[in-house]
Design a protein around this ligand. Structure first.
Ligand SMILES: NC(=O)c1ccc[n+]([C@@H]2O[C@H](COP(=O)([O-])OP(=O)(O)OC[C@H]3O[C@@H](n4cnc5c(N)ncnc54)[C@H](OP(=O)(O)O)[C@@H]3O)[C@@H](O)[C@H]2O)c1
Length: 281
């Protein structure tokens, strides 16, 4: 049970490495080395994280073969449009010293609040994403933070719908509607901020369940996401926690506990509404 199969047959691991807020090169090398030693293959970055070069250097220094990792990157909001997205992808490829991405995603939909023509902007950006896919530069294309209305609009013009929607997903933000919608469209869900950016780990209900299973609250969060059928990309800068976050395949949450976690009220969200996101995030 180590992979999700995308609609095009590509395999996506259930657990990957989140890298947001890690920019220090020495730290990045330690993390990438620890991740490789603990069986991580998926590395998630974005042009906006300013760490693509640090990741490339770490991969090179650790002697990790490109074919042994799944590199996932994202185009930033300032590069929307057919040509812009392709140029941005090529810039990121250069920084990561690779000639392809396994997964390339639109980081945020054009904000409904900011752009009257958000439909057209998303459609044109997506046409550029499809071109990258057709040109064999990326093995799969996806979106992040797309709500149902963004996907429904995209469906009107897209030739290939996204293979993945990376959305904030954790016990404090169940996102039931969009998760179910993606499932109905065979769009794999990848949970970002799966630990609520660390803010939900002291939740008393999660602690109680963690005690019951002899696991940590972080492991309960990750297991809950996996049992929802989604992948998760926790970020940590500790080698010990890297190991722990991968150690979630030897237990199963009961239906009763899954439901109890579903019922945890909203908490720990990163608090950005995709309909209101600015061009700066
Ligand atoms: N597409 C998007 O718009 C979007 C948005 C947000 C995030 N993401 C992606 O999702 C990834 C993860 O989200 P995130 O970085 O917001 O946070 P997260 O993974 O939800 O939580 C990270 C926090 O939890 C702590 N932590 C990690 N493992 C732990 C463990 N086993 N026990 C206790 N604490 C633990 C980390 O501290 P230490 O580092 O000290 O361990 C850090 O403070 C990002 O790095 C990024 O790749 C994407």
């Amino acid at each position: 049970m180590k992979d999700i199969t995308l609609r095009n047959g590509m395999k996506l691991p259930w657990i990957g490495l989140g890298t947001w807020q890690i920019t220090d090169r020495t730290l990045m090398r330690e993390i990438i080395a620890g991740a490789a030693a603990n069986g991580y293959r998926l590395i998630d970055t974005a042009a906006a994280y300013s760490n693509e070069i640090a990741i490339a250097k770490a991969i090179e220094a650790e002697g990790i073969s490109r074919k042994d990792i799944i590199l996932s990157d994202k185009v930033w909001n300032s590069s929307r449009g057919f040509s812009e997205v392709q140029n941005a992808c090529r810039r990121s490829l250069k920084k990561l010293k690779t000639d392809y991405f396994d997964l390339y995603m639109v980081h945020w939909p054009a904000s409904v609040k900011l752009h009257q023509d958000w439909r057209e902007i998303n459609a044109e950006t997506w046409r550029g994403m499809e071109q990258l896919y057709q040109d064999g530069i990326v093995r799969a294309i996806g979106v992040c933070n797309f709500k149902r209305h963004h996907l429904e609009e995209l469906e009107k013009t897209a030739k290939i719908m996204p293979f993945v929607n990376q959305i904030e997903l954790h016990p404090g933000f169940e996102q039931k509607e969009i998760v179910n919608y993606c499932k109905s469209r065979e769009i794999a869900v990848e949970g970002s901020s799966p630990l609520g950016n660390g803010q939900i780990l002291s939740n008393p209900q999660l602690s109680e369940i963690a005690n019951e299973y002899g696991k940590s609250t972080a492991q309960i969060c990750l297991r809950w996401i996996i049992q929802k059928g989604a992948a998760a990309i926790p970020k940590t800068q500790s080698t010990e926690r890297l190991r722990a976050n991968m150690d979630v395949f030897d237990f199963e949450l009961s239906e009763e506990y899954m439901k109890a976690i579903d019922d945890i009220p909203y908490c720990g969200g990163i608090g950005i509404d995709p309909d209101e996101v600015t061009e700066f995030g």
